[in-house]
Write a new protein. Structure first.
Lengths: 304, 427
């Protein structure tokens, strides 16, 4: 791998290799001394054109625990749009001898665009409504860890599929690892041709929960919706929100995931988010290990 | 200077000379002889051009191009646009009104037409239907017609306002004027950047459904049946659009349409590369749409092939895909693309017909003829020549061709317009 632009562009073998390294790094970060010298002398720029707290923190921790030198750049997409182009911004940063760029950007394809034009390793930390590959890797890694495997498992992704980069990357990752994937949400938030990706579609969240082993519940991202796709949050939480009562009606235990940050009381009730069903904080912990693995593997080619 | 084009194959389905090899003598800009004569010696006053392996037709006409001038001269000027047209084998071009200011008074018409005195390529201005092409208030179409507007259109913008559309169809009937509409429901294509389909789903890009075009064609056809007049749909792109227009023609409505040459060559799967040069409106559709467009060209449902030339400077294209502007260059590749990708469906004379006779007929302009006594309006071309599109050959001021690196079959060689030509002896 030269870059990590999307799950679409990598193979099952790549994913398994990342998992292997991530297990190793998970051991590392649970030791008293959490730091290894693997990326010493490698400089990584975290370039975030869109607000992020947890992804940026997770990447930064992963980088620091690998002993990389880290610089951060943040700007909102709109201010960049008015002034300097993306290419100019990144070239300026690269002129200061940066080896890898971790980038989040509001435009679909921004990471691909950059990978064709600059000479550095690119890690896509989210490009608009396209992909968020490290999130999908940590999600599938967490399922693998919790259920002892991914192949043959049934995963439903609930919520705003249309605007979600997590959904698309999750679909590709779980399918590559042999899981069955379903999407569930108000039909206006499901892309019209989503079934062409080989996923099942279910409009009733209770039926979706009955079907699945794992429910990955997405955040309702009102900020990414340019126009109204459903009437109100109240109605959404009544008909698509997951609470204890829904889970109790099932005749089995399912695993609940969420990429965070949770809108408590909208897509997930607190009694579900804080329950034993939820592996939300495991996901966060695994995020650091998975990102360490990705950075480590990408850096292999640049180390002297 | 006089020219003898020796032993050249005439391509013109409306001429008795179609598919015949002849020698054509042009003296002082007028065709004076069409014969089987062998070449005389080249003298100071006569240039002999060998037509071996070449074809000739009447000069090509493009019905949909943006020259960006006045207002966006950093993308294209009238002169660079005409240079691109000439390189692409076109002697006449109808240009869209989406300039700054919009082409909506006789002043702008005069500006465009004044260029015709300085260039071989003749510009035919299409004037705006509505003030600033905003679709809210009618322009002075009678006056614009009097001062040389060849048709009326809001260009890259659809005439979305139902009442404006009906009134335009009615108003233009006084002089049998033509409304050219680009069918697009802007509410359905909002925030869209490519065709809605499997590819847009995989890319997470908001799609522009073909429905947005088809709905508007249905609507406009109903208005046409109600109001009378005639309408030309420009740059259609979907299979159902072809069906709708085919049915309307069968019903006897006065409707015609065109397709952009690039639309029959590229499908939306190509967008997986995020190449912003492939960002066009209407967007590249699916393979089945391309097949339907080709069938529409074949059976005559689609009357005309246009370049839909829309130059964009580097700063408008070398951007993240969703921020890049729509549009592709077309004039210099239109024939090569049509000839290459339309090979199975259209004979050479049918392709040429859609670049010559049909656009002039729809715009109610005088036809050009290959005939003794006619002023020269000719395009000399090589339908077999293979060439690869490269930035360095592009005459347009902008370089946003979706065909860079593509090998096409068929290339214009020279154009003749009256006493003017861009013929150059190859060394």
């Amino acid at each position: 791998m030269r870059h990590l632009l999307g799950i679409k562009d990598i193979s099952k073998n790549d994913i398994e290799r990342i998992f292997e390294m991530a297990s190793h790094f998970k051991d590392v970060i649970n030791r008293p001394i959490k730091k290894v010298p693997s990326l010493r002398d490698i400089t990584i720029a975290n370039v975030f054109f869109e607000n992020s707290t947890r992804t940026k923190l997770s990447f930064e921790l992963a980088e620091k625990r690998l002993s990389a030198d880290v610089v951060n750049f943040s700007a909102s997409g709109s201010s960049v749009k008015k002034g300097e182009t993306l290419l100019d911004t990144v070239n300026n940063i690269l002129a200061m001898k940066v080896d890898m760029v971790v980038m989040r950007h509001s435009s679909v394809g921004a990471a691909h665009y950059l990978s064709k034009r600059v000479n550095a390793r690119i890690v896509n930390a989210g490009d608009g409504t396209h992909e968020h590959p490290t999130q999908a890797l940590l999600d599938s890694f967490s399922v693998n860890e919790k259920l002892g495997g991914v192949a043959g498992k049934k995963v439903v992704i609930v919520g705003d599929i249309l605007h979600s980069r997590v959904a698309l990357s999750n679909i590709f990752a779980f399918q590559k690892l042999g899981a069955e994937v379903m999407v569930c949400g108000p039909i206006t938030l499901l892309p019209k041709y989503i079934e062409s990706l080989g996923v099942k579609v279910e409009l009733d969240v209770q039926k979706a929960l009955e079907w699945c082993d794992v429910a990955n519940v997405l955040r309702i991202q009102l900020e990414r919706q340019q126009i109204k796709y459903f009437p109100s949050l109240r109605e959404y939480s009544l008909y698509y929100g997951i609470d204890k009562a829904r889970l109790e009606r099932l005749d089995k235990e399912i695993t609940i995931m969420h990429p965070g940050p949770i809108n408590r009381g909208i897509e997930l009730s607190s009694d579900v988010a804080d329950s034993d069903h939820a592996i939300i904080l495991d996901q966060v912990e695994n995020g650091v290990a998975v990102r360490m693995a990705v950075l480590y593997l990408l850096a292999e080619g640049i180390k002297p | 200077m006089n020219y003898l084009i020796h032993n050249v194959e005439i391509i013109d389905k409306h001429s008795e000379f179609n598919r015949q090899r002849k020698s054509i003598l042009i003296e002082n800009g007028v065709i004076t002889q069409i014969s089987d004569i062998s070449p005389t010696q080249s003298t100071d006053h006569l240039t002999v051009i060998s037509g071996q392996n070449l074809q000739i037709s009447v000069g090509w006409f493009d019905m949909r191009a943006s020259f960006c001038d006045p207002g966006f001269e950093y993308k294209e000027t009238l002169t660079t646009g005409c240079n691109a047209a000439q390189a692409g084998g076109f002697t006449e071009v109808a240009v869209l009104p989406n300039t700054q200011p919009v082409i909506q008074t006789k002043n702008e018409l005069a500006y465009l037409k004044s260029h015709n005195l300085r260039h071989l390529v003749q510009i035919y201005p299409i004037a705006a239907v509505s003030v600033n092409a905003e679709g809210k208030e009618l322009t002075e179409m009678l006056d614009l017609h009097t001062h040389g507007a060849v048709a009326f259109s809001d260009g890259i913008q659809p005439v979305w306002h139902s009442d404006i559309l009906v009134k335009t169809l009615q108003y233009l009937q006084k002089f049998d004027g033509l409304l050219i509409n680009r069918p697009e429901d802007l509410m359905l294509t909002r925030f869209g950047t490519m065709n809605e389909g499997v590819s847009s789903t995989m890319l997470g890009l908001k799609g522009m459904p073909a429905l947005a075009e088809e709905m508007m064609i249905r609507r406009d056809l109903d208005f046409l049946a109600y109001a009378g007049g005639k309408i030309h749909f420009s740059a259609i792109s979907s299979a159902r659009s072809v069906q709708l227009i085919r049915a309307a023609k069968a019903q006897g409505l006065q409707v015609s349409c065109d397709v952009a040459a690039h639309q029959i060559a590229i499908d939306d799967a190509a967008l997986m590369s995020f190449d912003s040069f492939l960002k066009v409106n209407p967007p590249f559709r699916g393979k089945a749409d391309i097949e339907a467009l080709l069938e529409g060209l074949q059976d005559g449902t689609i009357d005309v092939v246009v370049s839909d030339h829309r130059p964009q400077d580097e700063e408008s294209k070398n951007l993240e895909f969703d921020l890049a502007e729509f549009g592709a260059l077309g004039l210099e590749t239109a024939f090569g693309v049509l000839n290459t990708f339309g090979k199975k469906h259209l004979s050479l004379e049918d392709k040429i017909d859609k670049l010559t006779f049909r656009p002039r007929q729809i715009l109610n302009l005088p036809q050009a003829h290959i005939k003794v006594g006619e002023e020269a309006n000719l395009t000399l071309f090589d339908a077999q020549q293979e060439w690869t599109v490269e930035t360095k050959y592009i005459q347009s001021k902008s370089k946003n061709s979706p065909f860079l690196g593509t090998t096409l079959t068929g290339k214009p060689v020279a154009v003749f317009s009256g006493a003017q030509t861009n013929w150059q002896e190859k060394n």
